[in-house]
Design a protein around this ligand. Structure first.
Ligand SMILES: [Zn+2]
Length: 353
């Protein structure tokens, strides 16, 4: 339950910039974000993935640097991180690429930063940003799917971020799509993210290069003929340059993406599915095959509408923009209130103002 906040304070909070922080596997990125979603300033630090304390140091450094340069009042700090959180955001249960295991991130950051905080999953924050300012504006039920090293996700329904009963909703990267398939960092085999992500692109490219080096000749030129060095980034760059094998691999990822969206549509019936993340940057190369597959795999096709599948609009800053807005709304006592499209246009004024 969100405690009541005096109307004056709510109005003030909704009109102030907030700090947004995005903690990823390789970096902590931060920004000062205006109520209309504009990023006014940014800062970043490398993430020492093996140390919780050093990661929190990096967050504190970014916050101090941005706050010092900004000079004026800030409503609080929103932190989106690549991890599984409990519903309250108090505890990071698990992070595949960082050191957190049942870590009290919120308490630690509260003690260090002494500022109002929103803490949660980075893809949830990105989903919220796309709903508030980007490709999912005004949608009744929007899903965000981030295709990066793995697959992240977020759900916004009826103007609320849906974090699930235990905080880990939207982790559909770990739906099993291939029984006995590729091993995943979560401990299972055959997870969706092993077939539709940057990691999947790299893995498939390495498999092809080992079994058919001739077919992969132009890809192998990028890594001095050492197939084990091929990554999803190499494939993405080659695909953008028109390399036929790379395009085929990207199409395969898009097809897996479309199949997953069809399956999610059976559960959630979204109106719009926003595709972001590093692989999402390939745009229609991925989205085209995804839509094709969705058309052929949507349960009840021909008798029901399916979701629109669109590219994210906010780019790599979506996570920090969303986290900043979520702390702003939390301070304004508006964390659970429907945001209408005209609220967005008016600059995030909650109905209670
Ligand atoms: Zn998994």
């Amino acid at each position: 339950m969100t405690p009541a906040v005096p109307a004056g304070r709510a109005r003030q909070a909704s009109e102030l910039p907030a700090l947004g922080i995005d903690i990823g596997g390789t970096k902590v990125a931060g920004g000062v974000v205006a109520p209309d979603g504009t990023v006014l300033d940014t800062a970043r630090r490398a993430t020492p993935g093996s140390s919780v304390a050093e990661t929190e140091d990096a967050v504190a450094d970014v916050v101090e640097e941005l706050a010092a340069r900004h000079g004026g009042p800030l409503v609080g700090v929103g932190v989106g991180a690549a991890g599984w959180f409990d519903r309250t955001g108090d505890t990071v249960l698990f992070s595949p690429h960082l050191a957190w295991r049942n870590s009290s991130l919120r308490k630690d950051l509260e003690a260090r930063l002494q500022r109002p905080l929103w803490v949660g999953n980075d893809a949830d924050a990105a989903a919220w940003a796309e709903y508030r300012y980007g490709a999912a504006r005004g949608a009744d039920l929007a899903l965000m799917i981030t295709l990066g090293t793995g697959i992240g996700g977020g759900i916004v329904m009826d103007g609320r971020l849906q974090r699930g009963a235990h905080g880990v909703a939207g982790e559909w990267g770990h739906m099993r799509v291939v029984p006995g398939g590729r091993l995943c960092a979560c401990g299972n085999r055959g997870c969706w993210e092993q077939y539709a992500s940057g990691t999947a692109l790299g893995q498939t490219a390495r498999e092809v290069a080992l079994t058919s080096p001739a077919a992969a000749a132009t890809l192998l030129e990028r890594v001095d003929c050492r197939p084990e060095l091929l990554t999803g980034e190499h494939v993405a760059t080659a695909a953008a340059g028109g390399d036929p094998l790379a395009l085929e691999l990207v199409t395969e990822v898009g097809t897996w993406l479309g199949q997953g969206i069809a399956d999610l549509s059976a559960v959630l019936d979204p109106g719009v599915v926003v595709i972001g993340g590093g692989v999402g940057v390939l745009g229609e190369m991925v989205l085209g095959p995804a839509r094709d597959r969705l058309t052929h795999a949507l349960p009840g096709r021909g008798f029901r509408p399916g979701p629109r599948v669109v590219a994210a609009e906010l780019g790599p800053q979506a996570g920090l923009v969303g986290a900043a807005d979520l702390v702003r709304r939390a301070v304004a006592g508006n964390g659970d209130t429907v945001v209408r499209t005209d609220d967005t246009a008016a600059g995030c004024r909650p109905p209670s103002c």
